[in-house]
Design a protein around this ligand. Sequence first.
Ligand code: SPV
Ligand code: MG
Length: 552
Amino acid sequence: MKAKQFRALLQRKGPILLAGAHDAISAKLVERAGFDAVWVSSFGLSAAFKSMPDANVLTMTETLEISKNIHSAVRIPVIADCDNGYGNAINVIRTVTEFANAGIAGISIEDAAFPKRCSLYPGRHDLVSTEEMSGRIRAAKSACPNPDFLLIARTEALISGLGLEEALKRAGAYAQAGADALLIHSKAKSPQEVLAFTKSWKGKTPLVVVPTMFPNASAEELSQAGFKVIIFANHALRAAVAGMRDQLRLLRKEGRAEVIDGAIAPLQEIYELVGVSEFQAQEEAFIPASEEPVAACILAAGFEENLLPLIQDRPKTMLEIKGRSILERQVALLRSVGITNIHVVRGYQGQAVQMPGVQFHENPLYETSGIAASLFSAGSALQGRLLVLYGDILFDRTILERLLESTGEVSLAVDRAWYDLYRSEGRSPEGADLVEGAVKPIQTHRFLPSEESGSVLKIGQRLDKKDCTGEFIGLCLFSTEGTRRLHQIREEGMISPQGQPYHEAPSFSRASLTDLLQEMIDRKVPVKAVEIYKGWLEVDTFEDYRRAWAKL
Ligand code: SPV
Ligand code: MG
């Protein structure tokens, strides 16, 4: 396909411009700069891949591997520099077959003897005979599995000082042997030598030039003179070396990365080049969100005066409803969706909280601290994907399943029914954790949870109800990144001055979960609302407890 693409370029008017690449990312930049095709430069590969001279030190298979990487990274055709074909006609047969089968558009082989030395190096440049090279070309053409594959025959006659006549003679013989294009290489300091060649050349085979040593010659000028393909062979490599050399020196000297920030590609550019957004879309499409195990932390330390004497000898979470405590019901539900790493934070009447197979943490300061402090009592158990829930709520399994499917950094189960209650009856449950969402719901008598979860703008108990869109039910999921941010807030909160209000709390140590969530929102951590409609209850009062009995 790419071989055909290159053939089409040959039919187009004007020159075909190639730039050399030494790896996949430099090839991508060649493509983005608008070049027609990529030149896989043996000079560039030897330097970048091995930091060795361009002297047949890279094997055919090494060159093939890198050429394949480059080919996969770009949509434009790739022409690989295969030196002298790595040996005689038999080696050339294998080379051409492998490169053509790999989808490379074409290769160049030169008449330098094996092992070759880079054309630009001073010193001797031995060539094989015209007959030997013609045999290699015939072998390549007869063995090539793709008729569109381009075989560039390159003569080093000018490089080795054999002169114009020899260059013309060899070029003619190579065209005769079946070459699809002829590269006339020169290391003269001016384009005169190659221009003299085109003046005398009478053949029809397209000509290729590499203007490294005569950089003042423009593509336009070379094209006018008769060159169809112009290869800027090593400029990307040299640009990269100059950039790395200068910025590394400066970085070493200053010891602070900021000093070179303006001179290096932003991370976003690298992400974009390597396709991070496609990668994320694939992750979302093909990797189940639940693959990373979820830990759960049940916050059951608090004391609720309203519920005395019911909770005289046990905390709320141990209240029995039809023979099973709230905690037992929660743990059974969590296990039913595969969550087995379960932590419970105890405080008030802690000794009464018992449950096989869960891990306990203590908040001895439950009387004077907030829910956030209870959460942080679980310490290093707060790791990876983390579900956090109040110890006094009961909820439907589907709510839990929907929350676990959410891919946000922080996802809250938010009951939309609150909105309908408030709008129609002007009522809001005492002490409800209110949520202001980015998307205002429409009040209707029917409801279908939105597949998309909207952002949470504000959360707290003292928000203006007119702006609120739902109630946080006390069940939320943190992604691994969300949990990391939670720890960051904890560390910073611990060293913040005491006695200063923290969102709605009088201080950080008395903060509730909603204060932590508001802090996350303020820090631009994406907090999403997973919309639900009823299907849960909280046991905060006698009335709640009575209702729980009636409902279950
Ligand atoms: C290359 O880029 O590897 C070439 C061109 O073959 S030159 O380095 O000028 O020989
Ligand atoms: Mg080369």
